[in-house]
Ligand binder design. Structure first.
Ligand SMILES: Cc1cc2nc3c(=O)[nH]c(=O)nc-3n(C[C@H](O)[C@H](O)[C@H](O)COP(=O)(O)OP(=O)(O)OC[C@H]3O[C@@H](n4cnc5c(N)ncnc54)[C@H](O)[C@@H]3O)c2cc1C
Length: 319
């Protein structure tokens, strides 16, 4: 049964770099935010190594996010590991209140919200992709890679996230196929070199997947060369990791009539305000800086969103 809660000052949805930094700043303003997120660390958990976060020469994405979460907790932020399924806006005693319903059924209320929702993985949209999701098909190598110890896997994609996936999976799997449409991988040269140096990797350029086959779980992928779609081959695999890009995760914004741009990024002004008073947004899911999807950029937007949310709370208690 759903449980009722007090009205909090601020709830932050999403615990990637943007949400965690917003939590640090909000805590220092004395707001004591609640952070609700499906996971801690967001996309950064998937980073094999982060080498561009100022002050830290080299660290895994997971370790960096753990440090930032610990920092936020030490300052008084609270965390709830859950998804937010719905947010509604209503008036209570002439004040606007937001009500959040989590996937596990908890009901929470807040005067203001920061959406730090990030991006979600793009689907391939091929036959049996949904059928084998969780039964061989995955969009999260950090979550599922460990289940493929001593197995054969394929990674689809040629950019940085696919390269990070392949290198992480090499810790578990015996063989990794890397398939991509273009003649060359577009990942950072250092990652490509690491892949080329690893004897477990087999690189298949100009290759696409037609369909997935298996009985109760994924057993093989049917592939073709980009320039001869009718000439198919099968590859026996236990797992398929799809790393072909991302789209904004904006369904909650839609519930609230928060405006998004034509590419579905949440629209914010230079104070991280959305068009809905009391709703702020930060990070890679906003239209602020889609040209540079990086940890430090999301962190800076998170800090600014917390600053603006604090001002909003101060002004609303005065009125
Ligand atoms: C493999 C890989 C390697 C990378 N390496 C680097 C690097 O070396 N350096 C660098 O600067 N950047 C790197 N990046 C990019 C970096 O990870 C992103 O820029 C950063 O994570 C964006 O942070 P964010 O907080 O905006 O969003 P995200 O990290 O995507 O976090 C969003 C959070 O919101 C949660 N969420 C979404 N919807 C809901 C909901 N409805 N309910 C609850 N929670 C929800 C998600 O689960 C997630 O935790 C890398 C990315 C990848 C994939």
């Amino acid at each position: 049964m759903a449980t009722q809660e007090k009205i909090r000052g601020l709830i932050i949805v999403g615990a990637g770099p943007a949400g965690l930094t917003a939590a640090i700043y909000a805590s220092r303003y004395g707001i004591k935010p609640l952070v609700i997120s499906e996971n801690i660390g967001g996309m950064t958990q998937e980073a094999w190594h982060v080498e561009n976060y100022p002050g830290i020469t080299k660290i895994t994405g997971k370790e960096l996010m753990k440090k930032i979460q610990t920092h936020a907790k030490d300052l008084g932020s609270e965390f709830l590991l859950d998804g937010v399924g719905e947010i509604l806006r209503y008036a209570q005693n002439d004040k606007v209140v937001f009500q959040l319903k989590t996937v596990s059924g908890k009901m929470l209320k807040a005067k203001t919200i920061i959406l730090a929702l990030g991006l979600k993985n793009r689907r391939l949209n091929i036959t049996n992709e949904e059928k084998f999701l969780g039964r061989g098909v995955s969009y999260c190598f950090t979550c599922d890679g460990v289940f493929f110890r001593d197995k054969i896997v394929a990674v689809v994609g040629g950019a940085n996230s696919a390269a990070h996936a392949a290198l992480t999976l090499a810790e578990y799997a015996t063989k990794i196929y890397i398939l991509f449409r273009k003649p060359e991988m577009t990942a950072q040269p250092s990652l490509i070199q690491e892949i080329k140096n690893n004897p477990k990797m087999e690189i298949l350029p100009e290759t696409q997947i037609k369909e997935l086959q298996g009985n109760n779980k994924l057993e093989k992928i049917i592939v073709y060369k980009t320039n001869s779609p009718d000439d198919t081959n099968e590859i026996i695999v236990d797992g398929l990791f799809i790393e072909i890009g991302t789209v904004p995760s904006n369904i909650l914004a839609q519930h609230l009539s928060v405006e998004c741009d034509e590419k579905e990024y949440i629209k914010v002004n230079n104070s991280q305000e959305t068009n809905v008073p009391g709703i702020f947004a930060a990070g890679s899911g906003t239209n602020a800086t889609p040209q540079l999807n990086q940890i430090i950029v999301s962190c800076s937007q998170g800090a600014l969103a917390a600053f603006s949310a604090n001002l909003y709370l101060k002004n609303s208690t005065r009125s």
